[in-house]
Write a protein that binds this ligand. Structure first.
Ligand code: SF4
Ligand code: SF4
Length: 246
């Protein structure tokens, strides 16, 4: 599949308009949900495994595979496409996405792609050769409005917490995580139910002073648990002062 960021198109700000419309009446319907490299963020995994009502370990085993690219410095997780000739995403059906409300960030944000970490935010347009949605839809819709309708805000806030690890200078200076630290990264980023076991078993509290109100919050709210896991990784991997050690 050919996928390009349209370099001829101007870079869009939040209040610029663009014309794109996706609906089931188009002959390209669902074509974008096959044969893709779909990288999953920790918050994507949390939402998807919760939607499927399975533990994160089972989700990882059944639906994903890991890669360990040296140039990135940390393990990444990709969604497995079906092993047959369709190479479909496992969650696509004739009616569309079966997990639509919990689909990953990259499915939500298409066709907009953030340009690095610019402020104010800026976006390029990703083109796919078969996608007929370009030029369709309301021409007066702004990037801001489109992003609101796709509910990307919480995803991007959570991705921001994770980027404090993945964009850390130890990664950007090309140090590769391995052994113990790679296990820590994998657990805190991708296997949230296993991380919860570490908390509920009391094992983590042997090394960190976690107040009762924090404990209560992270035990009852998975999003808060993931935020906490990001702080834990920064403390353990980089020695940052994000948790109080015993
Ligand atoms: S318009 Fe584009 S995004 Fe929508 S179904 Fe067709 S290929 Fe997919
Ligand atoms: S998760 Fe949903 S939207 Fe994303 S590729 Fe799969 S079927 Fe398509």
């Amino acid at each position: 599949m050919i996928e390009t960021t349209d370099t001829s198109a101007k870079i869009l700000g939040l209040d610029d308009t663009f014309s794109f419309g996706c609906d089931s009446g188009l002959t390209c319907f669902n074509k974008c949900c096959r044969d893709i490299n779909l990288f999953l963020t920790p918050y994507d995994i949390l939402r998807m495994k919760r939607r499927l009502r399975i533990p994160s370990g089972e989700f990882l085993k059944t639906y994903t595979f890991p890669l360990f690219p040296e140039e990135i410095g940390h393990p990444v997780i990709l969604l497995k496409m079906m092993p047959d000739e369709t190479k479909n995403c496992p969650f696509v059906s004739e009616q569309g996405c079966l997990i639509y409300d919990d689909r990953p960030w990259s499915c939500r944000s298409f066709p907009l792609e953030p340009v690095a970490d610019t402020l104010p935010p800026a976006f390029g347009i990703v083109k796919r050769d078969f996608c007929l949605g370009f030029g369709k839809g309301r021409t007066s819709r702004t990037v801001r409005k489109w992003r609101d309708t796709q509910n990307v805000a919480l995803y991007e806030e959570m991705n921001g917490e994770w980027k404090k690890i993945t964009h850390h200078e130890d990664f950007t200076s090309k140090n590769f995580l391995d052994g113990y630290f790679r296990d820590i990264f994998f657990l805190g980023s991708y296997n949230i139910d296993e991380f919860r076991n570490l908390v509920t078993s009391g094992e983590l509290q042997k090394y960190f002073d976690i107040g009762n109100s924090v404990l209560k919050r992270i035990k009852s709210n998975e999003t808060e648990l993931l935020r906490f896991a990001c702080r834990w990784m920064r403390c353990v991997i980089f020695g940052e002062d994000t948790l109080k050690r015993r």
